[in-house]
Design a protein around this ligand. Structure first.
Ligand SMILES: [Cu+2]
Length: 143
C-alpha cells in the first residue's frame, strides 16, 4: 500500500494529540499511519519539516473550510476541534472501486491529520463517520 500511495504522490501523516483520546478507555489508542517518503524530492525537500499550506478545522460536524488550496509539495492539515471523532478519507464517490489514496484512522478530539499532495489536481475527501454533511476537496496547484 505504501508504494501505491507514494506513486500517487500523496503522503499521509497522522499526528494524534494532545492525547485526549487517552481519556477514553473503551478502545485502544489509534495506531499512527507510517509516513511515506515523497516519491520525488524537489528543492529543499530534504528538510524533514512538512510545509502546511492549508488547515481545515473539523467543528460542529463540518469541515469549516471545505475547499483547501495548496501548492504541490504542501500539506493539508485537518484539526479536530469537535468533541467527537472524525476521519478524512479520499472521496471516490458512490460505487468507487479504487482504493482511496489516503485513509485516516479515527481522529480523536484534539487530533491532527496531515496529507502532503505532490501532484497538481483536485482531490475530494469525506469524513466516513458523517459522510452526508462532511465533505470537501483539496485543489493542488503547480509548485
Ligand atoms: Cu465527521
Amino acid at each position: 500500500m505504501g508504494v501505491a500511495v507514494a506513486a500517487a504522490g500523496i503522503v499521509a501523516i497522522v499526528l494524534l494529540g494532545p492525547g485526549k483520546d487517552k481519556l477514553k478507555p473503551h478502545k485502544p489508542p489509534v495506531a499512527a499511519t507510517p509516513a511515506v517518503q515523497p516519491a520525488v524530492a524537489g528543492p529543499g525537500a530534504s528538510a524533514p519539516r512538512v510545509h502546511v499550506g492549508a488547515t481545515i478545522h473539523m467543528r460542529e460536524l463540518l469541515f469549516q473550510s471545505p475547499v483547501a488550496h495548496v501548492r504541490a509539495g504542501q500539506a493539508v492539515q485537518w484539526v479536530n476541534t469537535d468533541p467527537v471523532d472524525h476521519t478524512v478519507v479520499q472521496n471516490l464517490g458512490p460505487g468507487g472501486a479504487a482504493t482511496p489514496l489516503f485513509t485516516s484512522p479515527r481522529i480523536p478530539p484534539g487530533g491532527t491529520y496531515r496529507v502532503v499532495f505532490h501532484n497538481p489536481g483536485t482531490v475530494a475527501f469525506v469524513c466516513t463517520l458523517h459522510p452526508t454533511v462532511m465533505t470537501g476537496r483539496v485543489i493542488v496547484s503547480a509548485a
